[in-house]
Design a protein around this ligand. Structure first.
Ligand code: URA
Length: 283
């Protein structure tokens, strides 16, 4: 009779396999330089309680407190929103706005992002595109829309004769959310005064919001992109009304290429509006 052989232990994964596993699980950025050993953290794992000797008549040891060291003070969201409003309002130029964002500490996303992703393209452009937030490629380079969805955006705007010398491209959120998670409503509210001021300073003739999060934040549209896309809205900067449209985010089109046909309709309407604005007499 054959005796079953003992199970053989699996070889430990290689570094390459581990990294591939992390990437697939969405872990694609390090938050600290060194991995913390949580099992050695006395604030999480209390030391084993001393065994009292029966003869000792000592007072009971003080209970181990589990309190964590205070986290670096992040301002309360309403304080951060108020200070973002105040700061953004005072920026007289795009350069000043970028500098302000470099020193603004009210949004926790800045702590985990590699760098600020401010904008790309021509600040004098008559058309401005606003996405949601940078992804990994943008975070590494500091330039919006340069990854896969950015390549598609370039092709989309190229189809109506635009490129980064004739368009201005930015995001509602200028720091990459860790692991590309959705920005929280609070993070969006904190960043909103900055993107509003950016729109005011660029002052385009046509504003295009890419995807639902951008159109919700900037144009305050409540419905999903299927219902809101392709329609004209007014965006009021306080000094001027700008024609604004929501259309599909290129990342969505990469997943749902069937909707490229509708995106093409939107782009043609956008191009027409841009040409009309260019030929309108200056007011
Ligand atoms: N998606 C966005 O919304 N913005 C970028 O810059 C890149 C991807």
């Amino acid at each position: 009779m054959n005796t079953p052989s003992p199970p053989t232990a699996e070889p430990p994964p290689t570094v390459r396999e581990l990294l591939a596993f992390y990437l697939e699980a969405g872990v694609d950025c390090a938050l600290l330089d060194e991995p913390p050993n949580r099992l050695l953290d006395p604030e999480i794992v209390p030391p084993p309680a001393a065994v009292p000797s029966p003869s000792a008549n000592r007072p009971a040891p003080a209970p181990v407190t589990m309190a964590r060291a205070p986290a670096p003070a992040a301002p309360a969201p309403d304080v951060a929103i108020a200070s973002a409003r105040e700061a953004a309002r005072t920026a007289p130029t795009l350069e000043a706005l970028r500098t302000l964002l470099e020193t603004f500490d009210g949004c926790a996303l800045k702590q985990t992002a590699t760098r600020l992703v401010f904008a790309d393209g021509n600040p004098q452009a008559r058309i401005m595109f606003v996405g949601e937030a940078p992804g990994r490629d943008e975070d590494l380079e500091g330039i919006p829309f340069i990854g896969r969805s950015g390549k598609l955006l370039d092709r989309m705007i190229g189809a109506v004769g635009l490129d980064r010398t004739t368009a201005y491209i930015t995001n509602v959120i200028p720091w990459r959310p860790p692991g590309n998670r959705d920005p929280s409503p609070q993070e969006t509210q904190i960043c909103l005064p900055f993107i509003k001021r950016q729109i005011e300073l660029v002052d385009p003739d046509v504003l295009v919001c890419l995807g639902k999060p951008s159109s919700q934040a900037v144009l305050e549209l409540k419905d999903g992109i299927m219902r809101t896309r392709g329609r004209w809205h007014n965006y009021d900067t306080g000094t001027r009304t700008i024609r604004a449209m929501a259309t599909f985010h290129p990342a969505y089109l990469l997943r749902q290429p069937i909707h490229k046909r509708l995106a093409w309709q939107d782009l043609r309407a956008i191009s027409k509006a841009l040409n009309a604005a260019a030929s309108a007499p200056a007011t």
